[in-house]
Structures are given as structure tokens and as C-alpha cells.
Design a protein around this ligand. Structure first.
Ligand SMILES: Nc1ncnc2c1ncn2[C@@H]1O[C@H](COP(=O)(O)OP(=O)(O)OP(=O)(O)O)[C@@H](O)[C@H]1O
Ligand SMILES: [Mg+2]
Length: 238
């Protein structure tokens, strides 16, 4: 469970300060699929990096599975991150000139998994995202959607409980974006992973079960979406 309370993040920029987060509170249960929306600069990525244990808040509380993480040092944060969190970004962030398989194996190397197991688990993750036939392709030999699938395979290869995605469809055309949402939905359904994704696109957001909206670092709405769009189904205009 993710529980944040009165989270703030203040960046000092010379004389002035930027309140990127300004008192955000919510709870996300294990296994939820949530979208975070809000205009540019509203604090979405800041929130994701705190939830993902990449950064700590300036004040407020963050409890992850009953452990307080708001005051952890970098070593302990990295440990929690490595065990619990998988990240997906808008620009895929894959290593260039490095095969899909090697990209997906990286987190396993950091986790100290042995060679043979690394190959097996990375292969399995690539098969899971539908790329079992593309394991030796480098990112520049793959389409955008395929590159994002590699990035998702890399994010799930350690079987994290929480998958965080910051604008995962932002660099893709709408059809490919829907395919990626289909993949997130099926991961969420099959593995019970908590999925939290940031999007500007309300159509993308409506593929999730809950939509949290941010404005100026504050939560301005937090609503259940009782009928998430099924990505595999034909598009219905509202
Ligand atoms: N490292 C930093 N140093 C100083 N200010 C920062 C830093 N990171 C973010 N900010 C500021 O904090 C605010 C929130 O930024 P954030 O990146 O979280 O917004 P966002 O909602 O993700 O925007 P976008 O949709 O453009 O990605 C912005 O005003 C931004 O300029
Ligand atoms: Mg952002």
C-alpha cells in the first residue's frame, strides 16, 4: 500500500522557491490501476519520483507497505526501489546499441542474479510483452511501440509490486498508445501489480480505475472510474 500525507517538495531556485508539491495526500491500495493527470508543471513527475523512491519529499509522510520511506538515505531508497518498483518513461530510456535482451537483463545484474537465470528471466519478460522474436534487436532496429515494450519488460523483469509509468504513451501514435495501455491492463490483471501512470491524455487515463488530478502541486480531484475502457475493444467515442 502506498500512503502519502501532506507531501511537499520545494525546489530552491536561486532566490525563489518552487513548490512542486504542495500538500498531496492519498492512499493507493495494492493492485490498483491509477492515472495521474494535470497540466505541465503541476508536479506529476515530482510525485512519481517520490513514490518511486528516486527522491524524498521536503516534508510530509510516505509509507510504502507500512515502512516509512520519507527520511531514507539514498542507499536504503535504492534498496526499496530495486525490490518493489519498476519504471517506464516516455522516451523509453533504453541503452542504444544494446540488444533488447541485454537491456532487460540490466536490473537483474544489479540485483545480483546469476547469468543463466538472467537470460531465462529476461527472455520470459520479453515474451510477456510480445517481443520474444526481437530479443537481439537494438533499440534503433525497433519501432517506438516495440521499444516501449522492451522498457516495460525491463521494468517487470524483477517482478516489482508497483509499476510506475510517466507518460508511457506520450511518444507514440494513438493506435500504438492503446496497445501499450492494453499491455498495462493485462499486466495489472494477470499479476495484480499496482500500476500508476502519468498522462496528459484523458482517453488514456480512462483506461484506469481511478484518476487523480493535480494542479500546482495539489490534488484537485481523486475519482473512481467504474468503467475503464478496455484497450483491446473497439474505440467508442463518449
Ligand atoms: N530538479 C528541479 N529543480 C527545480 N525545479 C524543479 C525540478 N524538478 C521540477 N521542478 C519544478 O517543479 C514543478 C513541477 O515539475 P514536474 O516535473 O513535477 O511537473 P510535471 O507535472 O511532471 O510537468 P510535465 O507535464 O511538463 O512533465 C515545475 O514548476 C518544475 O519547473
Ligand atoms: Mg513530467
Amino acid at each position: 500500500m502506498i500512503h502519502v500525507e501532506e507531501l511537499t517538495k520545494v525546489y530552491q531556485m536561486g532566490e525563489s522557491e518552487v513548490r512542486a508539491l504542495d500538500g498531496a495526500s492519498f492512499t493507493i491500495q495494492n493492485g490498483e490501476m491509477v492515472a495521474i493527470m494535470g497540466p505541465s508543471g503541476s508536479g506529476k513527475s515530482t510525485l512519481m519520483s517520490i513514490i518511486g523512491c528516486l527522491d524524498v519529499p521536503s516534508s510530509g509522510r510516505y509509507t510504502l507497505d507500512d515502512v516509512s520511506v520519507e527520511n531514507m538515505d539514498e542507499t536504503r531508497l535504492a534498496d526499496v526501489r530495486g525490490r518493489k518498483i519498476g519504471f517506464v518513461f516516455q522516451q523509453f530510456n533504453l541503452l542504444a546499441r544494446t540488444s533488447a535482451l541485454e537491456n532487460v537483463k540490466l536490473p537483474l545484474t544489479y540485483a545480483g542474479i546469476s547469468g543463466r537465470q538472467r537470460d531465462e528471466r529476461a527472455m520470459k519478460a520479453l515474451e510477456r510483452v510480445g517481443l520474444g522474436q526481437r530479443t537481439h534487436h537494438a533499440p534503433n532496429e525497433l519501432s517506438g511501440g516495440q521499444q516501449q515494450r522492451v522498457a516495460i519488460a525491463r521494468a517487470i523483469v524483477n517482478e516489482p509490486a508497483i509499476l510506475l509509468a510517466d507518460e508511457p504513451t506520450g511518444a507514440l501514435d494513438s493506435k500504438t498508445g492503446v496497445e501499450i495501455m492494453d499491455l498495462f491492463q493485462s499486466l495489472h490483471r494477470d499479476t495484480g501489480q499496482t500500476v500508476i501512470l502519468v498522462t496528459h491524455d484523458s482517453y488514456v487515463a480512462r483506461h484506469t480505475e481511478r484518476i487523480i488530478k493535480l494542479s500546482d502541486g495539489r490534488i484537485i480531484s481523486d475519482e473512481k472510474n467504474p468503467n475503464p475502457i478496455k484497450a483491446g475493444a473497439p474505440r467508442m467515442e463518449a
